[in-house]
Design a protein around this ligand. Structure first.
Ligand SMILES: *[C@@H]1O[C@H](CO)[C@@H](O)[C@H](O)[C@H]1NC(C)=O
Ligand SMILES: *[C@@H]1O[C@H](CO)[C@@H](O)[C@H](O)[C@H]1NC(C)=O
Ligand SMILES: *[C@@H]1O[C@H](CO)[C@@H](O)[C@H](O)[C@H]1NC(C)=O
Ligand SMILES: *[C@@H]1O[C@H](CO)[C@@H](O)[C@H](O)[C@H]1NC(C)=O
Length: 609
C-alpha cells in the first residue's frame, strides 16, 4: 500500500472516543435485549431477517444457494476473477460459496481495467483517507464526506482486507491546498455488499469546504480505550451508543437484531430488529413481521415494478435528474446501484400462496365470544373423523398435508380416519365438503404422552384416483411460521373447532373465538410448561378457550399484511374456560424444520427457498 506522508492534506483522526453519547440520551442498556444476544443472531439468522436472494434458509441460517438455483432472468455481470456470470445472483452465490469472486462491473468482462480502493496518509495500513479508482476511469478519486457512514466504511474495509469492517468512519478531514482535486465520488451502499464496486457512485464537485471520507478499519489487536462497548458477533466492539440505532455498524448486523426499542432515526420491527427510517415505506419489506410497509402513502404502489437499472446504465454515464430526482444538479451518476438488481432478482423468486383468504363481502364484527363460523372463514380448518365422529381438528398446510396434535392420532389406525375439508356443521352438511382418506401419519419422535411435549403430528392424505396432487376446491393452506419472532405475547389470535362448550355441551357447528398470547405460562403450570415448545393463550376472564374435541385444531395469528399463520396446535389445558388455566398449544414455529423435513421445504417456505 502506498504510504505518502505529504503535507497535502491535514489529517486529524478521531477514534471511538469521539462518539461519547451526549448527556440526556436514552440509556442504551435499556434498548438492548441481553437475553436475546445469547443467540448470537447475525444478518444470516433467518428467524430475524430475510435472507438475500442468493441465499436460502436452512435450519435457521441463510446459506449460499448454488448458482443454478438463481432465477435465470437478468443481465450479465463481470467478476474480479475475469469471468462473466449470467446474472448478479449467479455471481453473488458463487462469491458466497468461495469468496474469491467479487463483483467488478455490470456487463460481460472486457479489458477495461481494475477497481481499487486505497487508504492513504494514515499512520497504519488500517486507516486513512479513502481513494477509489472505478473501472473505466483513469485516476483515483477521493470519496466525498457526505453520505459516508459506517455502512460504506465497513465495505471499504472489506475491500482493504479487513473482514470485520470498520471501527469508525473517523472524522472528516479538512484538506488544505490540494486544488487539483475539484471533484469527489459520492458513494452509497446497503450493507450486503462485499466490495465498494457494488455500491452506487456518483461524481460531484467539492462544495464549500473540501472534505473527504476517512476510515479506521478494525484489527483484532487494535488498542481500544476502555469504553462501554457492545460486542458484535463478529468480534468487533462498537460503542454501546451505536447499538439499536438502525445502522448496521457491526457489519454482521448483530447490533440491530436484539432490540427492545430503537434510537431516534430508526424503526422497531415487532421482531425486535431496528431498521433505518429510510427503509420504512421504501417498497421493500424489511421486518419479517411486515409492518414497515404498512400505513404508507399510496405513492409506492403506483410505482413501476423494479427493473434492473443495469439495462439502461450498463456502461455509460447517465446524467441526473431523470431517474434520480433526489440527486443534486452537480452530480453525475457513474455506476448503477446493484441494490436495484437485488430487488429485481428478489421479485423473480418463486412464491407460495398461503394464509390469504378469498375476499368475502360480509363484514364480520370481531366479537369476543365463541361465534359460529361461516363458510370460508377458516379455509385451513379440517375435521379428523373416526367412525363417523369428529375426533380432532387439524390444519391444512398445503399439498396433501395436515398438521394436528400427536395425541389425536395413531399411525396404526390410519385407515380408520377421514379428513373432512370445508366442513362447517356436521349435522346439517354444507356444500363444498371434501372427504379424504389417510395415506400415512407421522408422529413427532419426541412426543411424550405424559408431559405432552412435542405434541405434533403430520397426516398425509391419499390422492384421489388419477389425481397428481391433493386438490380441495375450498381449502386454503395456513402459512407455517419459520420464526418464533413473528408474533408476540398479547397479540390477538383466533382458535376454532367443534369442541365442547364449557358446560360439556356438544357442538355441531364450527365455532371460533379470539384469544391473546400469554408470555410465560410457567406461573400457571409450574414444571409442566416448556417455553420453547409450547405457547399459551387465553382471555383474562377465560370466556374463550379451547376445550375437549378442539384438540389438534388451529390457533392462528394474522400479521400486519393480513397473512395468517398456524401459530399453535390445540394441545392441552386444565379444565376449560378458567382464566387461571389458559389453553396450552404446541408452538409450531419451533417445528418448522421438522415439518419441512417431512413435507419438503418448497411446500411451506414463503421466503428464502
Ligand atoms: C424472463 O425471461 C423470459 C425469457 O427471456 C421471459 O419470457 C420472461 O418474461 C422473463 N420474466 C420476467 C419476469 O421478466
Ligand atoms: C416423558 O416425560 C417424563 C417426565 O420427564 C419421563 O419420565 C418419561 O420417561 C418420558 N416418556 C417418554 C416416552 O419419553
Ligand atoms: C417464567 O415464570 C417462571 C415462574 O414464574 C420464572 O421462574 C421464569 O423465570 C419466567 N421466565 C421468563 C422468561 O420470564
Ligand atoms: C387487512 O384487513 C383489514 C380488514 O379486512 C383491512 O382493513 C386492512 O386494510 C388490511 N390490511 C392490509 C395491509 O391489507
Amino acid at each position: 500500500m502506498k504510504r505518502v506522508h505529504a503535507a497535502l492534506l491535514f489529517l486529524s483522526f478521531c477514534l471511538t472516543s469521539c462518539e461519547v453519547p451526549s448527556a440526556g440520551a436514552v440509556p442504551q442498556e435499556d434498548l438492548v435485549d441481553t437475553k436475546c444476544l445469547l443467540n448470537k443472531y447475525t444478518h444470516r439468522s433467518c428467524s430475524k431477517v430475510f435472507c438475500q436472494p442468493w441465499e436460502k434458509c436452512v435450519d435457521g441460517t441463510c446459506t449460499c444457494k448454488l448458482p443454478y438455483q438463481c432465477p435465470k432472468n437478468g443481465t450479465s455481470v463481470c467478476s474480479t476473477d475475469g469471468k462473466s456470470y449470467p446474472t448478479y445472483c449467479h455471481l453473488k452465490s458463487y462469491g458466497c460459496l468461495n469468496r474469491r469472486a467479487k463483483f467488478l462491473k455490470n456487463g460481460i468482462c472486457t479489458a477495461e481495467g481494475k477497481f481499487s480502493v486505497t487508504l492513504n496518509f494514515g499512520n497504519t495500513d488500517s486507516e486513512g483517507i479513502v481513494k477509489v479508482k472505478l473501472v473505466g476511469q483513469d485516476k483515483e478519486m477521493f470519496i466525498c464526506k457526505n453520505n459516508w457512514g459506517m455502512v460504506e466504511a465497513n465495505v471499504a474495509c472489506y475491500d482493504s482486507g479487513f473482514p470485520q469492517g470498520a471501527l469508525n468512519t473517523a472524522k472528516w478531514i479538512h484538506s488544505s491546498g490540494d486544488t487539483s482535486n475539484t471533484e469527489c465520488l459520492q458513494v452509497r451502499c446497503q450493507g450486503f455488499e462485499t466490495t465498494l464496486a457494488e455500491c452506487s457512485f456518483s461524481k460531484r464537485r467539492f462544495l464549500g469546504q473540501q472534505e473527504v471520507a476517512t476510515v479506521l478499519c478494525y484489527t483484532p489487536d487494535a488498542d481500544l480505550q476502555a469504553h462501554e462497548s457492545f460486542q458484535c458477533v463478529n468480534g468487533k466492539p462498537i460503542p454501546l451508543g451505536r447499538a439499536c440505532d438502525g445502522v448496521n455498524d457491526c457489519g454482521d448486523q448483530s447490533d440491530e437484531l436484539c432490540c427492545r426499542g430503537c434510537q431516534e432515526g430508526s424503526f422497531l420491527c415487532k421482531s425486535g430488529v431496528c431498521i433505518p427510517n429510510q427503509h420504512r415505506c421504501n417498497g421493500e419489506v424489511d421486518c419479517i413481521t411486515g409492518e414497515d410497509e404498512i400505513g404508507c402513502a399510496e405513492s409506492h404502489e403506483g410505482r413501476a415494478p423494479a427493473t434492473p437499472l443495469s439495462r439502461s446504465f450498463q456502461d455509460g454515464l447517465l446524467h441526473s435528474g431523470v431517474e434520480h430526482p433526489e440527486v443534486p444538479e452537480e452530480t453525475e451518476i457513474l455506476t448503477a446501484a446493484m441494490d436495484t438488481e437485488r430487488k429485481w432478482i428478489k421479485s423473480l423468486l418463486p412464491k407460495i400462496s398461503c394464509g390469504i383468504k378469498r375476499p368475502t363481502h360480509t363484514r364480520r364484527k370481531r366479537i369476543v365470544g365463541g361465534k359460529p363460523a361461516q363458510t370460508g372463514d377458516f379455509p385451513w380448518q379440517v375435521a379428523i373423523k373416526e367412525e363417523g365422529k369428529i375426533k380432532c381438528g387439524g390444519i391444512y398446510i398445503g399439498g396433501c398435508w395436515i398438521l394436528t396434535a400427536a395425541h389425536c392420532v395413531r399411525p396404526s389406525r390410519a385407515h380408520h380416519y377421514q379428513i373432512w375439508t370445508s366442513l362447517i356443521d356436521w349435522i346439517q352438511l354444507n356444500s363444498g365438503i371434501g372427504v379424504q382418506k389417510v395415506e400415512r401419519i407421522i408422529i413427532h419422535e419426541g412426543y411424550n404422552g405424559t408431559t405432552y411435549q412435542n405434541d405434533i403430528a403430520l397426516i398425509e392424505m391419499k390422492k384421489h384416483l388419477k389425481q397428481e396432487e391433493c386438490v380441495f376446491a375450498n381449502s386454503i393452506p395456513a402459512c407455517v411460521p419459520w420464526s418464533p419472532y413473528l408474533f408476540q405475547p398479547k397479540d390477538s389470535c383466533i382458535i376454532s373447532g367443534w369442541g365442547r362448550e364449557k358446560d360439556n355441551q356438544k357442538v355441531y357447528s364450527l365455532r371460533w373465538g379470539e384469544v391473546n398470547l400469554i408470555s410465560n405460562c410457567s406461573q400457571y403450570y409450574p414444571n409442566r410448561y416448556y417455553e420453547k415448545e409450547m405457547e399459551c393463550a387465553g382471555t383474562t376472564d377465560g370466556s374463550i378457550d379451547a376445550c375437549k374435541g378442539d384438540s389438534g385444531g388451529p390457533l392462528v395469528c394474522t400479521n400486519a399484511n393480513n397473512v395468517t399463520y398456524v401459530w399453535g396446535i390445540v394441545s392441552w389445558g386444565e379444565n376449560c374456560g378458567q382464566p387461571e388455566f389458559p389453553g396450552v398449544y404446541t408452538k409450531v414455529a419451533n417445528y418448522f424444520d421438522w415439518i419441512s423435513y417431512h413435507v419438503g421445504r418448497a411446500l411451506i417456505s414463503q421466503y428464502n427457498v
